[in-house]
Design a protein. Structure first.
Length: 195
């Protein structure tokens, strides 16, 4: 299955979440169109359809990001380019922290991931995963990427104040938005294969 992404962090995470899947990188000649959808599902489908058109095989693509309730859902679908089209993770994080600095605790947020899957015949399926949590204003941890250093997931015990960037890859994958969406996809495809 072709994974329609050039984000090395996502590729590594999905390979860890789906260890039995034979994920192939997106061929260099495939140019992905702009992610201009207004939902995560729309953007995942844009990428999957572009990869499917060129490769003709089964493909999967994901789009994900952070939604902050007090910011009317921002950064949302613009999470990867919140501070500008070519912004770094740090620049995006700094912009978010500046915007939430004056907000009262807790700053409720969630990670959302949509995965689009298209098979060799062109059948399309989409899956969504969420991870609820809150934002802290001091980044902590060396793991993960994006907004992980300031996101504390609700799935850990209340006394566990670790951010996503402080969790082990295994802990993170077990509760993350991407892990949930990928497992939902795997379960659906396995069930279909058994029929």
């Amino acid at each position: 299955m072709i994974l329609a992404s050039r984000n090395s962090h996502k590729v590594r995470e999905l390979a860890g979440i789906l260890p039995t899947a034979d994920l192939q990188p997106l061929p260099d000649e495939v140019e992905l169109p702009p992610e201009d959808g207004d939902t995560f599902v729309a953007n995942a489908l844009i990428k999957a359809r572009a990869a499917r058109e060129v490769t003709g095989g089964s493909v999967m693509a994901d789009d994900s990001g952070l939604e902050v309730d007090a910011l009317d859902g921002r950064p949302g679908v613009r999470s990867a380019r919140y501070a500008g089209e070519n912004a770094s993770d740090r620049e995006n994080l700094d912009k978010l922290l500046a915007e939430v600095a004056s907000l009262a605790d807790p700053v409720v947020a969630r990670y959302v991931c949509a995965i689009a899957w298209i098979d060799e015949r062109g059948r399309e399926l989409t899956f969504e995963g969420r991870c609820e949590g809150r934002i802290v204003t001091e980044p902590r941890g060396q793991g993960g990427f994006g907004y992980d250093p300031v996101f504390i997931p609700d799935d850990t015990p209340p006394e566990d104040m670790r951010t996503m960037a402080e969790l082990s890859p295994r802990e993170k994958n077990s509760i993350s938005h991407r892990g949930r969406a990928a497992r939902a996809m795997a379960e659906r495809l396995e069930a279909a294969a058994e029929r």
